[in-house]
Structures are given as C-alpha cells and as structure tokens.
Ligand binder design. Structure first.
Ligand code: SF4
Length: 499
C-alpha cells in the first residue's frame, strides 16, 4: 500500500500518513498543473517548495517517499506503477470537483487500485455538514453556530462566551492616522525554495512579484501562527474590515496559504488563538471571535457549498453578466486608488485581504458586469491561497451574486462604503461624493446603473428595499438618465484601459 499525498495535503498529523506511519508515500509534482493557468509566480514556488520540504521531512522521519517531478500527473503514475505494479493507493479525498473520478480512472488504467478516505485537513466532514443541513437552511451564521457547539470553541455551558455569537459590530473600525501595524514575518528562501525559483525563472508572468517570503515548511507556518497570535490578533478584529494605503497586511493572519496546503490544521490555528485570548488581557473577545468565525465557520462552509454545489455553481450566472474581465485586473493600470492598491498587492504577492477581495475587486466586477467565471478564474490563478473550492463560492456566489444557494443579496456598494472603511478616497483622483462628471468616482454611476439594470431581479428582495427607494428618488429627480450615461462611459473607459 502507498499513501498518495496531493500538493494541498501536506500533513502527517492526520489522515492516512498518520494512520500508517510505516507505509510508503507517493508525491507527484506535475508541471502541467502549474502551467495550465498563468498562476502568480509565488504560487508556483509556494506549492512546489512546500511539497519538496514535506518530502524531505517525511524522509528525515524515516519514511520511504517516491517523489516524481514530471510533466503530467499521468507520467508520475506511470513511473510509480512501473516500479510497483498493481499497487494499492490510498488518498484523502481531493478538494476539487471531479478530481476523485479523474484520479481513479488514471490509477485503474495503470492496473492499480485507489482507496479514497476522508479529507482530514478540514474540521467538518461531508457527513457532518449534510446531517446539519437536513434540519437547517444553507446560511453561514446557522452553520457557524453549529460548529461552535460541535467544537466547543468559545462556548461556556452551552452558550457562546460573552453572551453573543457574533461581534461584527465591534469589528468595523478604521485605525487612527498614526497607527503602525506590526511587522509581517518573512521567511527567507532556503536552497530548496531557490532551486524551485530557478526552475521557474524562465516563466513569463503578468505579475510584478516582490521577494518571496511565504512560509513553506511546517515549522515556519507554526512560527507565522505564533507571530499572528502574539502581535496581530489583538487588533485583528477591530480593523479586519479596514483598508489603509500601502498597509497590505494590517493585522490579518496571512495563514490561509499554509492552511490551504495542509501545513497548518484549522484546529490548531483556532486553539492557538483561543489560548492567546485566554492567557492575555489585551486580546478582545471580538478579535478572537472574528478570527474563529473565519476559520471554523466561513472556510468550512464554502468548502461544503462547493462540494454540494458543483458543477452547477461553476456555471451559474443569475445576472447574465458576460463582459470580459478587464485588463486592469492583470496590469493594475488605473487611477482608482482603491483598485490600484488591491491589484498592486495581487501583482506583488498574490494577496489582498478579505475586504479588498469582496468590496473592491469583487464589487467592481459585479458593478461592471464581468463574467463571474472569468473573475473566478482570476482569483484562482492570481491569489496565493486561491483554489477552486475557495474561489468558486466566494466569487461566483458571494461576490458576483451569480448562484442561488446562500447569498441573500448582492454585495454591491458605491464609493460611500470604500470611503468609510479606507483612506484611499482622500488621495484619489476621483471624487467619492460625485456620481456624474469626469472626476466622479466610477463606483457611483456603476452602482446605480447596476441597480437599474437588474431591477426586475432585485427590487423584490426585501433586503434591497432601502436602496431601491433611493433609486426611485433619483428617477423622480430625472437624474437616472445622466447617471446611466456616465456608467456607460465608465465601462468604455475600463474596457479601453483608461479609468
Ligand atoms: S474615489 Fe472611488 S475609485 Fe477613488 S478610492 Fe474612492 S472609491 Fe476608489
């Protein structure tokens, strides 16, 4: 028997490697995976380097590891079955839709067998989620409460610690002007990472990568977790929705790349944060609760939404949005300060934090009318932590309101929101308070135009009543025609790369 270790399952603390410490491991680093899309260069380095480090750690621990660097996954399996005819492989269930079936076919064609077991890199099993859903609506908040009860995290005698499930109201502050976020730890590339970097040296890219500094080993990932708990957890909550100039990290955890590779387990991440909260007086409950909600709530929820929603979710387009993804997402060439900062972060390090993702990058795509699947592909290839199971529910359903599973209204916002939650507007060429005219913020005209364009779909949504009342006011004041002309002009300029 051999344990097949996929590139996002780099753990021997749970799953078949933990259950069978003496069995051989098989790892396949397939170049075709990395070249199929124009991935951010840091993502290619992250995955390959983390795999090679994990291979070395397994070998140091005494395990026999067959490691193949090959063009395609099929080539790697050919090499394995040449050496071990008829071998029985065991693998944790892959996260991507259809991957299990493709993998089984590849193994069977080569005379082997494949045993697919529970993917233990997540907290909530498919059976657990499906059982919960039998008596519940598909709503994140309800699932999150279920997970709090199941895990016992931040619970006391069956009730949430502090008396409330959710402290979002306390987590919408913006930092003072003189706020200096803690320094972000960087992990210098070692020889293994440099080797990978040399191998990808000739790859052309749309990105503008800074020096690579993401954790690629278990020990560096643990260090990143400890650093977050010690230095950034305190202010994570209050400033989690804020956007500040060039402060790309603020107090965000930056742990998703390591979590999504399996280097960290969600259980240990959450427990470390709760331990810090319980041991110290300076970590507010709102901070740790906000963090716990992201990890045991949202992350697990979208994984199961994806599992249950594919393949339909991968094709959903409720608003019939068909515009091609504009070049600004790749080149960042724009005078819009908020969009410029978000894309700049993606070009440099394959990262933007969650409010930039939702309220700038997704919001702009939604209002512009971009094809949700083009935007989903962009999130998948451009982000260091982007995988189909993450980006599809977050982009298609939540960001673009293209599915009909859990989103109860579109996340559409004008400059008003961005101005309130950031300092971008103060230094922007555009005026956040203007809707029409050359210097008016593009978000504003696009926002009202979006509401007018999709009125038949959205007006009956009771959560949209207030905004449609405002739209009526504009219509009554004969202002809507001018706004929609401005929106058409903005779209032309976006398409021409001149916004
Ligand atoms: S004015 Fe508009 S484009 Fe400029 S930063 Fe504000 S929201 Fe963004």
């Amino acid at each position: 028997m051999t344990v097949l270790v996929l590139g996002d399952q780099l753990t021997d603390r749970v799953g078949p490697l933990a259950d069978a410490p003496d069995e051989r491991a098989l790892m396949i680093e397939a170049r075709a995976f990395a070249t199929r899309h124009p991935y951010h260069p840091h993502k290619r380095v992250l995955v390959s380097s983390a795999m090679r480090h994990f291979r070395d750690e397994l070998r140091e621990a005494g395990r026999d590891v067959d490691y193949h660097v090959v063009d395609s996954f099929a080539d790697g399996l050919d090499a394995h079955f040449d050496a071990h005819p008829g071998d029985a492989l065991t693998v944790m269930r892959p996260s991507s839709h259809g991957a299990t079936e493709r993998l089984r076919d590849l193994v069977t064609e080569r005379g082997g067998t494949l045993d697919v077991v529970t993917n233990e890199t997540f907290l909530c099993t498919p059976e657990g989620f499906d059982g919960w859903l039998e008596g519940n609506r598909l709503r994140h908040e309800d699932f999150y409460r279920y997970m709090r009860r199941e895990t016992g995290y931040l619970m006391a005698d069956g009730d949430p610690v502090g008396g409330a499930w959710n402290y979002d109201e306390e987590n919408r502050e913006t930092p003072p002007d003189d706020y200096e976020p803690p320094e972000v730890p960087r992990y210098e590339p070692d020889e293994t990472t440099r080797e990978v970097q040399r191998e990808w040296d000739d790859a052309e890219s749309w990105a503008d990568p800074e020096a690579f500094g993401w954790p690629v080993t278990r020990s560096d990932a643990l260090d990143a977790l400890a650093d977050f708990c010690e230095h950034r957890l305190r202010d994570f909550g209050p400033y989690e929705d804020a956007m500040v100039g060039d402060e790309w990290a603020l107090d965000h955890a930056l742990l998703s790349p390591a979590l999504n590779l399996g280097l960290l387990h969600p259980r240990e991440v959450v427990e470390a944060a709760i331990d810090a909260y319980e041991a110290r007086d300076d970590v507010p409950l709102a901070s740790v609760e906000g963090f716990v909600r992201q990890v045991i709530g949202w992350r697990e929820f979208v994984r199961h939404v994806y599992r249950r929603g594919m393949p339909a979710l991968g094709e959903a387009n409720r608003l019939d949005a068909t515009r091609p993804l504009p070049d600004v997402y790749w080149d960042g060439d724009t005078a819009m300060a908020c969009l410029d900062a978000a894309v700049d972060g993606v070009r440099k390090r394959g990262y933007a934090h969650h409010i930039q993702r939702l309220m700038v990058l997704s919001n702009f795509g939604l209002l512009y009318g971009v094809d949700p699947h083009e935007l989903n592909r962009w999130f998948h290839v451009a982000f260091i932590d982007g995988y189909h199971w993450v980006s599809t529910p977050n982009t298609v359903e939540m960001g673009q309101y293209a599915g009909d599973r859990f989103a109860t209204k579109p996340y559409a916002a004008s400059a008003n929101y961005i101005d309130r939650m950031s300092d971008h507007c103060a230094g922007c060429q555009y005026d956040p308070d203007a809707t029409v005219g050359d210097g008016a913020c593009p978000f504003n005209a696009l926002y009202w135009d979006f509401l007018a364009e999709h009125e038949s779909e959205l007006r009956s949504n009771h959560r949209m009543g207030l905004v449609y009342a405002h739209l009526d006011d504009k219509r009554d004041a004969d202002a809507l025609g001018g706004i929609r002309e401005r929106a058409a002009e903005v779209r032309r300029r976006v398409r021409d790369g001149d916004v």
